[in-house]
Write a protein of this length. Structure first.
Length: 571
């Protein structure tokens, strides 16, 4: 759950890999009888002109790398809880190195605090001789409360396929998504505004790095994928033509989003909690607070709010798709993972002192199901008792039935079936749509290791395998090969083959909207045509990547109970 206004006339397509240095020309006199043109000043491919001034990057692993470029002014003081504004122009070059800009202020699952408010930075990775290349802009996940565009994300594999990759930070948690009547601005979706500001920066500047601003793919996972879905239905993003293709990785969860009235009600509760209860002074009070006080008052996740008075997100993802009010000029790749929910059950197990649901008993399982549906009951009165019964019946003969049933509820309700509905909607509206299903049960772990350190040198394994869990596909596209091997239980050849295949699919899609490379090496991926699929399965096997599923028994709809969620039990 854990992934960016400029008129179109200002979108300039660069004709060179970098801005040419000013060529000095003139005559050198020698006794007044002859002249000679001076040699051009050599071009420095690591010195790039941007709208704010020159940036100077580094060479790393065969790429030109520019980490820590500010794409907006620091959202501090009077700019806290305000739309992002362009950064100040610089008179001197901004010299960059291997370090990333600060992540946005956040608290990890262990309670560790990191990052700062001055965090609106992006990173550009480009081939050495880039010219008019496709651009892929990555939005990280993290439930809108954690994560950043640096860290473990390594786009080397993508850049090697001749694309430019941009990763970015955006405001998180209460600092990024606090709606309050005194702070009224696009429903409090400051984090989404940050993402669109980063995309504007890309439109204005990526040509100078060798990218094509008219060929931008927005991609993200979990909260990043949810962000991509939000921009697909955002009239503002469509009007400004900020991107042309979209990849939604496990981002179809919570597509109804929260109405503005509810978001503001919750925001007032936060303001009251931190001592800013006077409506007349709440805005100035909140902007004057220590940011750690605001951080401490947020929950385990945030969610964008629907503001019908704004062109940022005037309708929820669900309502906009149902009404056909979204950007229908895009190419879409969308998918989910076979066992998304195991991650969240694992996190629950960790938070309960590594006691599994089996150890805590059936009452604990039923309470988990009830708690899971509590946030949605105002919209749909789910019969959580019947749902708990139905899913438990599916796994009653298995080991760890409570953990597996709870995981399956998470997977089907939150991710798989929403993704399937969204893909069907895109295809029905004429968008070129490609649906995948990630199934590698040995995928390198990303967020939760299979054994948890409880003391120096002491590890306790989780009670059940995570399988093809949430975020399991990320390493194959955005991880360093050595890190993947450290976290993988299969063979090196398996992960190398699947990584090569997925990178081919992702970058080919970014180039022309079709994931099939021109050389035809990976298994053919057929476009999604609606309820009968096909859906591309991404997995390792003796024969390589599996071909299209017929979406029949044993396939996607045989594994996920989507017909159940089309008409779920209600009270």
């Amino acid at each position: 759950m854990h992934a960016k206004p400029n008129a179109q006339g200002m979108l300039l397509k660069s004709l060179t890999a970098s801005i040419l240095a000013i060529t000095l020309s003139g005559c050198l006199s020698s006794g007044g009888s002859s002249s000679k043109a001076e040699e051009p000043v050599p071009v420095n491919p690591l010195a790039i002109s941007t709208s704010e001034g020159e940036v100077r990057g580094i060479t790393l692993d065969g790429m030109r790398v520019f980490r820590g470029i500010p794409y907006a002014a620091a959202p501090v003081d009077g700019l806290r809880f305000a739309p992002p504004t362009p950064p100040a122009e610089r008179s001197a070059p901004l010299v960059l190195d291997e370090k990333f800009g600060d992540a946005c202020l956040q608290s990890s699952t262990t309670g560790a605090i990191s990052g700062s408010e001055d965090c609106l930075y992006l990173n550009v990775y480009t081939p050495e001789n880039a010219k008019d290349l496709p651009v892929m802009v990555w939005i990280h996940g993290g439930a809108f409360v954690m994560g950043d565009g640096g860290g473990e994300y390594d786009p080397t594999r993508l850049v090697e396929k001749d694309v430019i990759v941009v990763t970015l930070n955006y405001r998180l948690g209460n600092l990024g998504f606090l709606a309050h009547p005194g702070l009224e601005s696009d429903g409090g979706n400051f984090g989404l505004m940050d993402q669109q500001q980063a995309m504007r920066w890309v439109q204005q500047n990526i040509g100078n790095f060798g990218g094509d601003p008219a060929n931008v793919t927005l991609f993200g996972e979990s909260a990043g994928g949810h962000s991509v879905m939000s921009h697909i239905v955002s009239p503002r993003a469509k009007t400004e033509n900020l991107f042309q293709r979209a990849i939604v990785q496990s981002g179809s969860y919570a597509p109804f989003q929260q109405p503005k009235a509810l978001a503001q009600f919750n925001g007032v509760q936060v303001a009251n909690t931190v001592g800013c209860s006077d409506p007349a002074s709440a805005a100035s009070c909140l902007r004057a607070l220590d940011p750690l006080v605001i951080l401490a008052a947020q929950g385990s996740q945030s969610l964008p709010a629907v503001d019908p008075d704004s062109d940022l997100l005037p309708k929820s993802i669900t309502d906009a798709l149902a009404a056909g009010e979204f950007n229908t000029e895009l190419d879409i790749m969308i998918g989910s993972n076979q066992d998304e929910g195991t991650l969240f059950v694992a996190l629950d197990e960790i938070s309960n002192g590594l006691q599994s649901l089996e150890a805590r008993g059936e009452a604990a399982y039923r309470q988990e199901v009830a708690d899971f549906f509590t946030p949605y009951q105002a919209l749909v009165p789910f019969d959580e008792v019947q749902i708990a019964d139905d899913y438990l019946a599916r796994f009653s003969s298995k080991d760890q039935p409570y953990s597996l049933a709870m995981s399956a509820i998470w997977t089907d309700f939150m991710f798989a079936c929403n993704s399937y509905v969204h893909a069907s909607t895109f295809a029905a509206n004429g968008l070129q749509t490609w649906k995948y299903w990630f199934r590698d049960e040995n995928a390198p772990w990303t967020l939760v290791p299979p054994a948890i350190p409880v003391a120096p040198g002491v590890f306790v394994p989780l009670s059940f395998p995570q399988g093809a869990t949430h975020a399991g596909e990320i390493p194959y596209v955005l991880y360093d090969a050595d890190l993947m091997r450290e976290r993988y239980t299969g063979t090196d050849q398996e992960i190398d083959d699947l990584a090569e295949t997925m990178v081919d699919y992702w970058t080919s899609f970014a180039k022309d909207g079709n994931p099939n490379p021109s050389n035809g090496v990976p298994a053919a991926w057929n476009a999604f045509a609606g309820p009968l699929g096909p859906i591309q399965q991404l997995d390792v096997s003796d024969s390589g990547v599996k071909s299209d599923s017929a979406v029949a028994a044993g396939g996607f709809l045989g594994y996920h109970n989507c017909s159940y969620w089309a008409n779920p039990p209600r009270k």
